[in-house]
Design a protein around this ligand. Structure first.
Ligand code: ADP
Ligand code: MG
Length: 695
């Protein structure tokens, strides 16, 4: 059998794998032997040494050996079997919620017992709930020679059977050297002192005796580093590959009309910042080419990305092409619609608005206008990319607040609006500054521009961290604010997972505020309201017919009301820093000094205090994002939608930042010298997820 045959053999060929197991393995994305041997342990259990009871503390997974002091059944509350054991250094309790009579009798006083489990704080001191245990073990049964790998599982699949299957698969793939090709070039392996692939896999699945669990956790082990490197490389290459493939398509060539650009600039009520001008020039150059533009604009909240998008849109429309602008929420799409109608006041009929809420005749008419080309600028939510939408001549796609959409969605969108010959240009905008690690894994398919300058005259928002108990002061502040003709946001954040409950909570808050602030005009927006209602309220707030807007986090992105200069965020401790920064970005847009009050529910944990402190100290989204990544991990920085897609098998974005430069360098090397290994490498690590690369 040659290499590919062994690797691509179905897991069904392994002994002990029946039809049930096959289905369960498929749920983990495992179909072939290759999938199996690249299903890596996410942690290890150490049964190689016995811990003295006095040396254990909560959170440790440890092996202990002791004798039973007593065993009893507790019937108060949820019934449980309690077994107290001791060694010469101390005592600990074992607790079983599922137990039987026989079990109780085998755990009689004086019995020698070895057990393994997680140490927790219980009612009577330290305890282990449902430990694995052995009664009267023989000396060679107690400890194991090496660490036990623990694999990610799925419902119904047992650790032991997965271990057995992986062991078999590994030995079959390692039988002959050529059966498991190493896609990392020799030169790379020797440069970074990485072990060969078979050895690396062997080490992770069955660590040698000399390897400790600390070594594995800290991630300095060459075998682990090598595989983490390879995984990051695969993710990065997928995007790079995608970019290269996309750039090979033809794109519409946009001629530049300087006079028109100047006229547009002159019509604006403000002067463009240097940064805006620079990026408009970059975009213009990108589109003045037969290659499709793939550009990401990163700019902090309020840096003025929308107007930059408007210049791009104008360029496309002038050249007779359609432009699609996609926003993550209806509120934001509506706001763009208003803005663009104002900026392009010459012919508003060519600007249409499409969301999922639009129904019936109106919808048909909009779809018709998009299909026959009379609509030039199409603004909407992700509804824009449904099957029923047919563009006539789409030349440019603009995606606003991209971090709300996943990388997969973005790649899928590229297929929309493509004709046999041409692909549209793409402009992606985000206010979430992206730390370098994440950029490499999420945005390597794009060229990146950064707006590193805010419009002049902006005053940094003053941020205060306040406990919920001081509500009376907050109410007084709103009164004072309203009396001075300024407006306020009150943001109710998710305590409840359910959207309905969240909206109800916002309704209650609005009621209470109305009672305590009878002279303040209060409005409410939340996700459950009809678009027209939301629109009416937002409109009223914008026109200062309302003083206080109570809202759920629907207002997080994009909403622009310069006279609103006070923001109260409830339960701030529960939100990600980047999200808080986004919310705060709704104020500080006008002339007056703005304030943001982060209200928390005491007691605040140490991390909680630290996190809110970061926000109080900094108004710089980039610094905040870096710190957020350090404190909470990538899922929170990127927004929940992307967490699922960021699942890495072995690489760890905190730990492995030292690999970034190496990954980028190696990607270059592989594209130049080993292009044929790129696709198999991606497939090996990303399995079926690689399919969207085939544009
Ligand atoms: P974001 O980058 O967060 O999307 P917006 O595009 O919504 O920011 O712009 C925020 C506000 O700043 C808007 O009211 C916009 O009209 C205004 N603005 C944009 N550019 C400038 C500029 N160069 N000078 C002054 N105000 C500007
Ligand atoms: Mg914006």
């Amino acid at each position: 059998m040659n290499a590919h045959e062994t690797l691509s053999t179905s897991v069904a060929s392994l002994s002990g794998i029946g039809s049930q197991s096959i289905i369960r393995l498929e749920k983990l994305g495992i179909h072939t032997l290759q999938d199996l041997i690249f299903h890596l342990p996410h942690r290890y259990e150490d049964r190689t040494k016995i811990y003295p009871i006095s040396a254990v503390y909560p959170g440790m997974h440890v092996l202990i050996l002791g004798t039973v002091d007593f065993t009893e059944v507790l019937t108060r509350g949820r019934s449980s079997l309690i077994c107290r054991i001791s060694d010469p250094t101390g005592t600990i309790t074992l607790r079983f919620f599922h137990f039987n009579v026989k079990q109780q009798s085998t755990l009689s006083s004086g019995t020698l017992i070895s057990c393994f489990g997680e140490i927790r704080n219980g009612y009577r001191g330290l305890e282990i709930v449902h430990p694995e245990y052995r009664v009267n073990p023989s000396p060679d049964e107690i400890t194991e020679n090496s660490l036990s790998p623990i694999y990610p599982l799925t419902e119904g699949l047992r650790q032991a059977s997965l271990r057995k299957a992986i062991k078999q698969a590994l030995s079959r793939c390692l039988e002959q050297e050529q059966e498991l090709p190493d896609y990392l070039p020799e030169a790379v392996l020797s440069k970074y002192h990485y072990p060969a692939l078979p050895q690396a896999l062997q080490t992770l699945h069955a660590p040698e005796q000399s390897i400790s669990s600390e070594q594995l956790q800290q991630g300095h082990l060459p075998a682990l580093k090598r595989l983490a490197f390879e995984e990051l490389l695969a993710h990065h290459m997928l995007l790079v590959n995608n970019k290269v493939a996309y750039k090979q398509w033809q794109a519409p060539f946009f001629n530049v009309n300087k006079t028109q650009q100047q006229a547009f600039t002159a019509s604006l009520p403000f002067q463009l910042t240097q940064a805006q001008q620079r990026i408009i020039a970059e975009i213009t150059a990108d589109c003045n080419s037969h290659q499709p533009m793939l550009r990401l604009i990163q700019g902090d909240v309020g840096s003025g990305k929308t107007i930059v998008a408007a210049f791009a849109a104008q360029l496309a429309i002038d050249n007779g092409f359609q432009v699609a602008i996609m926003a993550p929420t209806e509120l934001l799409a509506e706001q763009h619609h208003q803005n663009f109608k104002q900026w392009f006041n010459n012919d508003p009929s060519t600007i249409v608005y499409l969301t999922g809420q639009l129904k019936g005749k109106k919808r048909t008419a909009v779809l018709q206008a998009i299909a026959d080309g009379s609509a030039k600028l199409i603004i909407g939510t992700h509804a824009l990319f449904q099957n029923s939408v047919h563009f006539n001549k789409l030349g440019l796609i603009i995606i606003d607040e991209q971090h709300r959409f996943g990388v997969h969605q973005r790649l899928a969108l590229r297929e929309k609006g493509q004709s046999a010959k041409q692909r549209p240009h793409q402009l992606v905008m985000t206010a979430t500054p992206i730390p370098r690690t994440l950029a490499m894994l999420n945005y390597s398919d794009l060229d990146i521009s950064i707006i590193d300058e805010l419009p002049p005259g902006r005053k940094p928002v003053t941020t205060r961290v306040i406990p919920n108990e001081r509500r009376a002061e907050i109410i007084a502040k709103i009164k004072h604010w309203t009396a001075n003709q300024h407006q306020t946001y009150w943001v109710c954040t998710l305590i409840e997972e359910s959207e309905t409950l969240q909206c109800e909570a916002a309704e209650k808050t609005a009621e209470h505020l109305k009672e305590s602030l009878p002279n303040v005009r209060i409005g409410l927006v939340h996700g459950r309201m009809k678009t027209v209602e939301k629109e009416a309220i937002m409109h009223a707030f914008k026109n200062h017919e309302l003083d206080l807007l109570v809202a759920t986090t629907v207002i997080e992105v994009g909403v622009d009301v310069p006279n609103a200069s006070l923001m109260i965020i409830e339960n701030a401790e529960r939100l990600g820093l980047s999200q808080l920064h986004q919310l705060r970005g709704r104020v500080g847009r006008g002339e007056q000094q703005s304030y943001c009050l982060l209200v928390y529910q005491p007691p605040l944990s140490d991390t909680g205090r630290q996190r809110l402190g970061i926000l109080r100290e900094s108004n710089d989204g980039f610094i905040i994002a870096e710190k957020d990544l350090q404190l909470r991990g990538p899922g929170d920085v990127m927004g929940t939608r992307q967490t699922g897609q960021m699942q890495l098998k072995i690489a760890n974005l905190h730990r492995d930042t030292d690999l970034l430069d190496k990954v980028q360098e190696t990607a270059q090397l592989m594209m130049t010298h080993y292009p044929e290994t790129i696709q198999p490498l991606i497939e090996r690590w990303l399995g079926h997820r690689h399919q969207y690369a085939e544009i």
